[in-house]
Write a protein that binds this ligand. Structure first.
Ligand SMILES: Cc1cc2nc3c(=O)[nH]c(=O)nc-3n(C[C@H](O)[C@H](O)[C@H](O)COP(=O)(O)OP(=O)(O)OC[C@H]3O[C@@H](n4cnc5c(N)ncnc54)[C@H](O)[C@@H]3O)c2cc1C
Length: 390
């Protein structure tokens, strides 16, 4: 029986995409998976994993070669994310935040000078990227940003606090939003800036302890009168909110892929267990209650994969993909919670134990329903796109 759903490949991946997927799959199985439990238990940032990914060229997959990246497409990045998440959710989240959020804003909206200066060190993994949109009173309503940038001679002074910045305590680069004109219409009030870790006034106020993705670094960051040179304004003044929303559209496909990988990781273990664990004289998979759970999991995983790869392909084709990215992220993240909950059930008491990994995956997957726009926000994005503003 073929339990590796992806092995039946209806997706017509290119040779490069297959090569990236297979290479990352081997790496994730051999290197990341054995480290995952310990990282989760200790809550340590997966620095060795990050360095290993950097050595393999995985820290700049969708970054153009001209700026030191692999120059691969979004789907390649999604395939890599999926394989990494199968082994370690924390490492997948670290890579997603570094690439989609910490690097791509500069690739997409930076000046040539900014791209040449800041993108290659991120792409090579020499520098870790971080993204600051969320604030204490501005999460889903990210337009309610209060962090302010005041114009001064030669640049700006930034004052404010960002919540839940992934990678922040280890990051060398922060891409953040700040209000530059409080009197402008809501979405034109905000600009985006590139901040180097060495700029005086940046401090980590708190490193969060959390339910899942425990080895991923999540911090509250204070920006206290930080001087940011004019050359570090990202793109045009007043366009920051729009840039960050566009970045989230792409990022959501990555978080969806993380959810898909986690669900698959649990599913693969669950199938194996169903064949080897016996109850009442037969393998538990021979009991229809368990067999049907496996069937339902497989259907949902495959449905999520179709949505995700489709969204990635739209993006790669330069076509609109906002709604499809939200659909894929919404479905994949909620699917992962359902599949992993059932996977724990299939393993019974053993599923509840850390030794079998699935409880970790279940905890890790919950982030996917929250980060880069909650499920409620995805439903708003999708329904607005369908209905318009009523
Ligand atoms: C582990 C982790 C890592 C993160 N990393 C980053 C990062 O790197 N950078 C960054 O900027 N942010 C990051 N975030 C923040 C994340 O994007 C926000 O937590 C998320 O957008 C929700 O914002 P909030 O937590 O303030 O919740 P709120 O916005 O306060 O929402 C609370 C609840 O109300 C619901 N809600 C809000 N508005 C509506 C509405 N209009 N209609 C219906 N329901 C609504 C929400 O869906 C949610 O259920 C991270 C979060 C976590 C947990």
């Amino acid at each position: 029986m073929n339990t590796e759903l992806q092995a039946v490949d209806p997706f017509e991946l290119t040779e490069t995409q297959k090569m990236i997927r297979d290479t990352v799959r081997d790496f994730a199985r051999e290197t990341l998976a054995p480290r995952a439990q310990e990282l989760d238990r200790k809550g340590d940032f997966p620095m060795q994993n990050f360095r290993d990914m950097a050595a393999m060229g995985l820290t700049g997959i969708p970054v153009p070669e001209a700026y030191g990246g692999a120059g691969a497409d979004t789907l390649s990045f999604i395939l890599a994310m999926e394989e990494i998440a199968k082994a370690c959710g924390s490492t997948a989240l670290t890579l997603a935040a570094h690439t989609s959020l910490g690097t791509m804003p500069i690739v997409q909206f930076g000046s040539e000078e900014q791209k040449r200066k800041y993108v290659p060190p991120n792409a090579s993994g020499e520098v870790i990227g971080s993204y600051g949109l969320t604030e204490p009173q501005a999460g889903s309503d990210s337009g309610a940003t209060r962090t302010a940038a005041t114009r001064v001679s030669g640049g700006w002074r930034v004052q404010g606090t960002k919540m839940f910045m992934t990678n922040a305590s280890v990051a060398g680069l922060f891409v953040i939003t700040a209000v530059t004109n409080k009197d402008a219409p809501k979405h034109e009030r905000i600009s985006a800036f590139i901040l180097e870790r060495s700029f005086p006034g940046i401090s980590i106020a708190k490193k969060e302890d959390k339910l899942g993705c425990r080895a991923s670094d999540t911090c509250i960051v204070n920006f206290d009168d930080v001087f940011v040179p004019e050359s570090n304004l990202l793109g045009q003044e007043g366009h920051g909110f729009s840039y960050f929303m566009q970045i989230l559209d792409g990022g959501r496909i990555g978080i969806g892929a993380m959810a898909l990988g986690l669900a698959e990781g649990g599913f693969e273990r669950c199938v194996e267990y169903s064949k080897t664990r016996s109850a009442f004289g037969r393998p538990i998979g021979a009991h229809q209650a368990i067999a049907f759970k496996i069937a339902d999991m497989a259907v949902q995983i495959q449905a999520a994969r179709h949505l995700l790869y489709h969204a990635a392909r739209l993006k790669d084709a330069g076509r609109p993909y906002k709604r499809e990215a939200s659909m894929a992220k919404l479905y994949a993240s909620e699917m992962a919670m359902r599949v992993l909950r059932e996977a724990i059930q299939v393993l019974g008491g053993y599923g509840y134990m850390t030794e079998y990994h699935i409880e970790r995956m279940y905890r890790d997957a919950k982030l996917c329903e929250i980060g880069e726009g909650t499920s409620e926000i995805q439903r708003i994005v999708i329904s607005r796109d369908l209905l318009g503003k009523l």
